[in-house]
Ligand binder design. Structure first.
Ligand code: NDP
Length: 330
């Protein structure tokens, strides 16, 4: 049986190791669709999986990679046939089901969405789960009724992957974007993506007041903890904040004041088990509402051989923008 390359996370006692290995079809898990993976990418969660800093991996050996884009090779699922271009985000990929950092993946056809017309596999993974989650957050703000003329939208962790895509999406949709970052030296980068204002994240990491000066009409947060609590207390009457991440911590030291005195809403965003129609809508919207030249400007393409090393650095908050992994360009 021909072998193909995969990155494997293995565990020997308490010691975790990660390396490129040769595996074969019989090593893949059950599923009704086999996909030739062209690109995957590096998300924060992949960094946690590779470093073992959080219990993301719940089956060993595991192929990391919570997403991929590629071409269907075999299918017994009614919706997919060989040659179809597909994208997958979440559903336990890289956590409980063998993930995208391999030349092949076998998955459930129900987990796949079509690669949007006119979008390449590389662009899909330049967006990746971080970008698709940013789109879910923008849609959540829109559904809440937050409009461009209501005022600035704060994006926290703006130089990161989710933050960079959120800035570019909001700007293209006509919102004024206040990008908050610990890397104010990246102000020009953030402005090139469409940010109107760059705020030092220190302004959102101080002691949390129940209510602070109302600066923002809404927010997209990838940081959590004190940052999210401060953002809530700085949100205007009737505004909303989409909580997407925990790069700064999982706690939320807030009070009920923003909710009961300003009618602020906290919108939870989950990409992993997001219902199928919503994920399809998010991908359709990404094809329309994300400026491709800005996507290109925020993306680095990482060779497969450098994926492990690059993923280790994302948890230190040092990567800028998005990092697609070239597996086999399609
Ligand atoms: P990145 O590492 O690319 O971005 C995270 C950014 O957060 C960093 O670039 C940095 O931005 C900021 N940051 C990092 N550490 C801290 C800190 N200690 N305090 C304050 N800010 C910090 O990761 P991703 O964009 O891939 O993911 C962002 C978050 O979103 C993660 O927590 C991830 O788990 C979550 N996520 C959630 C999803 C969901 O389904 N809800 C899906 C995808 C991601 P800067 O330098 O600009 O300050």
């Amino acid at each position: 049986m021909p072998s193909f390359k995969a990155i494997l996370v293995e565990k020997n006692g308490e010691t975790q190791s990660v390396a490129i290995k040769a595996i074969s079809d019989s090593d893949l898990m059950d599923g009704d669709v086999t996909v030739r993976v062209e690109y995957s990418c590096i998300n924060y969660k992949d960094g946690l999986a590779v470093t073992g800093l959080a219990p993301v991996v719940r089956r060993w050996p595991m192929i990391p990679g919570i997403d991929f884009a590629g071409t269907v090779e075999q299918s017994s699922h009614k919706e997919w046939k060989p040659g179809d271009k597909v994208v997958l985000n979440g559903f336990g990929l890289g956590e409980t089901h063998l993930g995208g950092w391999a030349e092949k993946a076998r998955v459930k056809g129900d987990w796949l969405v079509p690669l949007p017309q006119g979008m390449s596999s590389l662009e899909a993974m330049a967006i990746g789960t971080a970008g698709y989650t940013a789109m879910l957050a923008v849609i959540a703000l829109e559904r809440h009724g937050v409009k461009p003329d209501h005022g600035a939208i704060a994006v926290t962790g703006a130089v990161g992957g989710l933050g960079s895509v959120a800035v570019a999406l909001l700007a293209k949709l006509g919102y004024t974007v206040a990008a908050t970052t610990g890397r104010t030296g990246e102000a020009e980068y953030l402005k090139s993506l469409g940010a109107s204002e760059v705020i030092d994240r220190a302004e959102l990491t101080g002691k949390v007041k129940p209510l602070a000066k109302d600066r923002f009409a809404g927010g997209i947060d990838s940081v959590g903890s004190t940052t999210l609590a401060n953002l809530l207390s700085m949100t205007r009457y009737g505004g909303a904040v989409a909580a997407c991440g925990l790069a700064g911590g999982m706690d939320l030291p807030t009070t009920v004041a923003p909710f009961i005195l300003r009618g602020v809403s906290l919108l939870g965003i989950d990409s992993v088990y997001c219902p199928r129609e919503q994920r399809r809508e998010a991908w359709r919207r990404l094809a329309l509402d994300l400026d491709r030249s800005r996507l290109k400007a925020m993306t680095s393409v990482v060779p497969f051989e450098q994926a492990i090393e690059t993923a280790r650095t994302i948890v230190d908050g040092k990567l800028r923008g998005r990092h697609a992994i070239e597996i086999a360009s399609g």
